[in-house]
Design a protein around this ligand. Structure first.
Ligand code: KG4
Ligand code: ZN
Length: 334
């Protein structure tokens, strides 16, 4: 059995895996603690992880009906993410592993989102093209084996989830923005406002979302607070359509370039209903297989970290004692 811990942002997560099978998957969301700030406050997140890490690990073991005696290795997200938040998860994992002389498996968070697709039932076997869209990242990944992925294109500025969160704030919808914008958009007209779909003429596979956020800001200024309230559903629907259109356009371009036979989605934005529907339609038209993991495995969770850990390099005791989390950039070497 493998115990996995994920604390890269504002969810404290622990999971127990038996191979590719999820035995338990516990997520303690801190969203309420950050809602008043309109976004995640790194220091607040780290402090909450500190309080929640041990109880969440205990809950994961309890729900799985196992004890640490049954665990052979501990996996933890090493980065990228909020450094204070990551440090809590990595330190917790190191402490549990060291006390029992178990190996530690550091995992890349983005590979975790990719690896959610390797979980049972019906694991997707590489090669496939994976669109990862979350609060911190938006990228197209070429997944040729279980161990890693090659980035074919990524956002040049804001992530898609960040655009959802910032626009939700402008529309007075709260945090996290994605699900709230999606709900609001249900009653709106996606054609009501013209929003820029960036990078249309760019021949590459990169994304850009900061202009879209600015467009929402300008529409809100023009409408004024009462106007925004009146047209909120239309604004949300028009914004959401522009995000989905850009993601789908780049996915389509990558499919054309690469001759891929299967597509997968990952990251919190992959929970978005209209995005899932648009990608399903694209894949059907192109005759490409589509794997959609359940929404609970799109947003941050530890099961996906445990899944990635199955193909990551374990570090034996005591070599991981000096091991650090990383916020961005270079993936750490053991
Ligand atoms: O993968 P994730 O849980 O955390 C990061 O690694 O960032 O993604 C969180 C992001 C947030 O920006 C959130 O607003 C967005 O995913 N999100 C959604 C939906 N559910 C979560 N965006 C659009 N539609 C949704 N239903
Ligand atoms: Zn994530």
């Amino acid at each position: 059995m493998l115990l996995a811990i994920e604390t890269s942002c504002d969810d404290t997560c622990a999971a127990v895996l038996d191979g590719g099978r999820i035995v338990s998957n516990v997520i303690s969301s801190q969203a309420a603690a950050h809602a008043g700030f309109g976004g995640v406050v790194p220091e607040v997140a780290a402090r909450h992880h500190l309080e929640l890490a041990a109880p969440v690990v205990e809950a994961a073991l309890g729900e799985a009906g196992v004890t640490l005696d049954d665990v052979d290795a501990i996996a933890a997200t090493a980065g990228p993410g909020l450094i204070g938040a990551l440090l809590v998860g990595v330190s917790t994992a190191k402490a549990i592993a060291a006390a029992r002389r178990l190996p530690l498996i550091p995992v890349d968070h983005l590979q975790g989102h990719v690896a959610a697709n390797f979980l049972e039932p019906e694991p997707l076997e590489p090669p496939f093209l994976c669109l990862v869209a979350s609060g911190g990242h938006t990228l197209l990944a070429a997944v040729r084996d279980h161990k890693g992925h090659e980035i074919l294109g990524q956002t040049l500025d804001d992530a898609a989830g960040e655009a959802f969160d910032k626009s939700a704030r402008l529309l007075g919808l709260g945090y996290p923005g994605g699900p709230l914008v999606q709900k609001e958009a249900e009653g709106g007209d996606p054609e009501a406002f013209e929003m820029p779909v960036a990078m249309q003429r760019d021949p590459g596979l990169d994304f850009s979302f900061s202009g879209l956020k600015t467009a929402v800001l300008y529409r809100c200024r023009e409408l004024g607070p009462e106007g925004v309230q009146e047209r909120r559903a239309d604004l949300a629907a028009s914004f959401q359509k522009a995000v989905v259109d850009q993601l789908v356009a780049k996915l389509k371009r990558a499919l054309k370039k690469g001759g891929w036979e299967a597509v997968a989605l990952g990251g919190g934005v992959a929970a978005n209903g209209p995005l899932r529907a648009a990608v399903a339609e694209l894949c059907e038209r192109q005759g490409v297989r589509l794997k959609l993991v359940p929404i609970s495995l799109c947003t941050d969770n530890a099961a996906m970290i445990g899944s990635a850990a199955r193909w990551a390099d374990p570090v034996a005791y005591p070599h991981y004692l000096g091991y650090d989390a990383f916020a961005t950039g270079e993936r750490m070497a053991a």
